[in-house]
Design a protein around this ligand. Structure first.
Ligand code: ASP
Length: 403
């Protein structure tokens, strides 16, 4: 996201809260007037939500197919490939699990709930754990795409990308997939221009029936994410760095400081790839053969910070809409957020769009995205740094164990 857009989103969020509270106040004098105004907010908000929904399936499909088909050297790298991918996925599972545990404990959003919207939420009766997994395999991939069944779309996209990469003389087809992926990301960029208006409407609508308490709960969500980002760094990455990669913690930070700062200021792990490679080479003498594989791969599929945000956001949004999450929901969140992190492109703000996928999967309203999006810019900067720290951690481990 460009700087101006970020500023507009923040302003829209801020004025949405003010205007919303004011509209709620107007209803004390004239219910009709405030109803009319809320109707306008609803319309503006719905336009924005439909646009977000429109983009989720193509983003997930193309970014996964192009990400996976890019890994054409998985088989040639064999052992390293499998070790790297397993480490990336295991650390993400840890990230989302810590986030859900701390999230359940903090319970952000529990003191507010938009009771009136509860009926609008389409809560399916909870499926059994077995059927959650069975349901990942599509009977008809086109039907999954049309209906937006995300886990099935992901399953199919990974298979599609993997086979695409193993086809001989596939360069033309892969080139087309890459171009289509660029095209979808371009569409996202263009359509995000209306994001401030959409966020203004959604926030104003929400806050016309909510008080100041919602803001405090939002702060709790924000601090919750920041806390889990640090916990993951200190309890998962640093022990791995110290004990397995045998790198000193202080030299880890000193050696990666440019990459971490660059990730923080650009919110893009992909844009940070050259700096990460350079830091790993200069500071830790990592073999180029290893880092040139693990770093771009990590910037494509390893997004622990994003998974952390998504876990906490799902708990916050469920509370906000007064929905109780049960055990199968948590399992669904773990699986979906892990896959969402694989499917998230390493560019600013995509993790927020992919949150839609997680919400969809547990039957929560996409409108929840608007509430957390207002505070997402800073979180995006922080989580991108964590994502890059994760790529570096795994690279150092592989470099060590392959020596
Ligand atoms: N900005 C993140 C990254 O590039 C992705 C996201 O969570 O939006 O790593």
């Amino acid at each position: 996201m460009q700087k101006n857009l970020t500023r507009s989103i923040f302003l829209a969020f801020f004025f949405g809260i003010l205007t919303g509270i004011l509209t709620g106040y107007v209803s004390n004098f004239s219910n009709d007037v405030s109803k009319y105004i809320v109707g306008i907010y609803r319309f503006g908000g719905d336009v924005f939500l439909k646009i977000l929904k429109m983009l989720v399936v193509p983003i997930v499909f193309f970014s996964l197919v192009s990400g996976v088909s890019n890994l054409n050297n998985i088989t040639s790298l064999g052992r390293i490939g499998i070790k790297t991918i397993s480490l990336y996925i295991i650390t993400t599972l840890f990230a989302i699990s810590i986030s859900l545990t701390i999230g359940t404990f903090l319970d952000p959003g529990n003191s507010v709930s938009v009771i009136s919207d509860k009926n609008a939420i389409n809560l399916n009766s909870p499926p059994s754990i077995g059927s959650v997994f069975l349901n990942i395999i599509p009977e008809n991939p086109f039907k999954s795409l049309v209906e937006g069944n995300m886990l099935q779309v992901i399953f199919f996209a990974i298979l599609f990308g993997a086979c695409l990469s193993s086809l001989k003389q596939n360069t033309v087809l892969i080139g087309i997939v890459f171009k289509l992926n660029d095209l979808i990301l371009k569409m996202l960029e263009v359509l995000m221009k209306i994001a401030p208006l959409g966020i203004f409407c959604l926030i104003a609508k929400t806050f016309s029936s909510q008080g100041i308490e919602s803001i405090l709960e939002l702060l709790k969500y924000f601090l919750g994410v920041v806390m889990v980002l640090f916990i993951h760094l200190f309890l998962v990455y640093l022990p791995l760095v110290k004990l397995i990669a045998k790198v000193n913690i202080s030299s880890f930070f000193a050696g990666l400081k440019e990459a971490l700062l660059f990730a923080f200021s650009t919110s893009s792990s992909s844009a940070t790839i050259p700096i990460t490679l350079n830091n790993l080479d200069k500071s830790f003498k990592v073999k180029k053969k290893i880092s040139s594989f693990t770093v771009p791969l990590g910037a494509t599929i390893n997004m622990d910070g994003t998974a952390i945000m998504q876990g906490m956001a799902t708990i916050f949004i469920a509370n906000f809409y007064g929905v109780e999450l049960i055990l199968t929901d948590f399992l669904t969140i773990i699986v979906t957020a892990t896959l969402a992190s694989i499917g998230t492109a390493g560019v600013p703000g995509v993790g927020m769009i992919m949150l839609g996928m997680v919400l969809n999967q547990v039957g929560l309203p996409l409108e929840g995205i608007a509430i957390v999006m207002g505070v997402d810019r800073l979180l995006d900067m922080l989580r991108t740094s964590l994502n890059v720290a994760g790529d570096a951690t795994v690279t150092l481990i592989i470099n060590k164990v392959e020596k």
